[in-house]
Design a protein around this ligand. Sequence first.
Ligand SMILES: *Cc1c(COP(=O)(O)O)cnc(C)c1O
Length: 389
Amino acid sequence: MRPTFARIHLENLKYNLEYIRSKINKNSKMCVAVKADAYGHGAVECAKTAVECGADFLAVATVDEGIELRLAGIKVGILVLSLCQKEEMEEVVKNELTPLVFDEEYIGFVAEAAKKYKKNGFSVHLAVDTGMGRIGCLAKDAGMVAKKIAETGVLKMGGICTHFSVADSTQAENFEYTEKQFKLFLEAVENVKKEGIDPGIRHCSNSALTLTHPEMHLDMCRPGIIAYGYYPGQVDKKYFEKLGEKTFLKPVMELVTKVVAIREFEKDRSVSYGRRWTSSKKTKIGVLPIGYADGLFRRFNEDDKRLYVAVDGKNYPVCGRICMDQCMIELGEDSNVERYCEAVIFGPEESGALQSAQEIADMTGTISYEITCGVSKRVPRIFVTSATR
Ligand SMILES: *Cc1c(COP(=O)(O)O)cnc(C)c1O
C-alpha cells in the first residue's frame, strides 16, 4: 500500500453525528450530505455510519453517487441534490433515488421513467429557489409546479426544499437575507397546500442552520460539513464560545504520509522546481511522497505561505514548490526524525496532527470543504474506529 493515505476516524464521525442528532428537533428527520464521496471521506462507509446514527435520508449530488450507495445495501431515502440527465432517469427510478424537480419538462422525464417501471407514487421533492439562484422554482410558482407533479398521475410530492446562500455568515444583513429566504420558503409551502396538495417533508437547514436555528429545522435538516468535524464559515467554534455554548466537533480525516528519504544538504543547495528555496546553512531535507495530484495543492506553499507538516508532534516547513507526487520538508541539521516516520499534513488534534483542514483553508483563502474534497482518488481511505487504533 502507498505510504500516503487518508485515515478516516469513524469514531469521530459517529461522535459528530450523535451530537448533530441531539441538536435536531426531536420530531425532525436527519438527512446527511454524503455527496462528493462524503466530502472526500468515503461515501459508503460514511453513509453506513450515518444510518447507524439515525440518518433518515442521505444526500448525494449525482446519480452515480446514489447508485454506489444502493449497491452497498443502503436502504434509506437518497436525495439527488443536483439535476439528473434525461438519460439517467431510468436509473433514478430503478434505484429509488429521490430527484429534486422544479419544472414541467423535467417532471415529464421522471414521470416517463416511473411509468415504464410501474413505480406508482414515485417520490420527488420540489426545489424552491428562495434566493440561492441555483435550482428551484420561484415561491409564487410552487403551487403550480406541485400541480404538475400531481397531474402526472404516477409521481408523488414527497417533500419540498430550499437552500440558503449566506446561512454560514454571522453578519446581521446576511441573517436578514436568510430570514427572507425562510419566509419565502414558507410561502411556497402554503402555495402548495392551497392547491390541496400535501407538500410532504419540508426541509431547508444546512449545517449552519442545524446548529443555530432550531425554528428552521421544520421536518428535516440536511447537515453536511459538521458531520466531518468542521464548522461552516463564520459559524465557527469562536462564534459559539462567544454565545457561551459548547459545541463539539471532531475532524474525521487525517491525511498521512511518510518521510521516505532524509537527505543531508550543505549550504546553498536548492530544492524543487523553480528553485524557490535554497538552504541557508547545513540542514536535512525530508522527502514526502505526496503532491498536488494527491490534493496537496501548489497554492498551499507559495512564496508568501508556508505549509507545515507534523512529524512526532513537531512542525516542519515544506520547502520549495510542491511537485505532482512529492514534496520536501526542512528537518534542520540536528533533527532526529527517522526515515519512514509518519508525517501528518492535517487531522484531528488527538491524532497528533498540529493543524486541521480548517487552518490550511484559512491560510489559502478557501473553506475546509475544498481541502477534504480535494484529497484525490489516488489517496486510499483507511477506515479506523477507536477499537482498530
Ligand atoms: C451540500 C448541501 C448541503 C449541506 O451543506 P453543509 O454546508 O455542508 O451543511 C445541504 N443542502 C444542499 C442542497 C447542499 O447542496
